[in-house]
Ligand binder design. Structure first.
Ligand SMILES: [Zn+2]
Ligand SMILES: [Zn+2]
Length: 113
């Protein structure tokens, strides 16, 4: 079956529904598809907007900013996480922490006298 190559436009005898005339054109087509996919992927990423969970600002999602709008907001979020972790730790070990504090206070009181 005579077909027109989708890359160079040359007419060639196609077997098994091949749409490129040669290995070179086949590789070219493969590359073009990959490039197209990459462009679509990048455009998708470019167009995507998210709400920053820290400052509630809408921002454009990119490689550097996937969840938070800025490095500052990311830092705030991680600090907040630490605070939450400490709260959990505190609620679980409350008695121990209070006991240690009172022992320290007693020690301090003794040294004062
Ligand atoms: Zn060709
Ligand atoms: Zn933010």
């Amino acid at each position: 079956m005579l077909k027109k190559c989708v890359i160079c436009g040359k007419k060639f005898n196609s077997k098994n529904g091949i749409i490129t005339c040669s290995d070179i054109c086949y590789e070219m087509r493969k590359k073009k598809i990959l490039e197209k996919n990459e462009l679509i992927r990048q455009n998708k990423l470019k167009r995507e907007h998210k709400k920053c969970p820290v400052c509630s600002k809408m921002f454009e999602v990119n490689r550097n900013h996937l969840v938070y709008c800025s490095a500052e907001c990311r830092e705030v979020a991680t600090k907040d996480k630490k605070k939450k972790y400490f709260k959990k730790y505190y609620s679980e070990n409350r008695d121990k922490i209070i006991e240690n504090n009172s022992i320290n206070q007693r020690k301090r009181a003794k040294t004062k006298i």
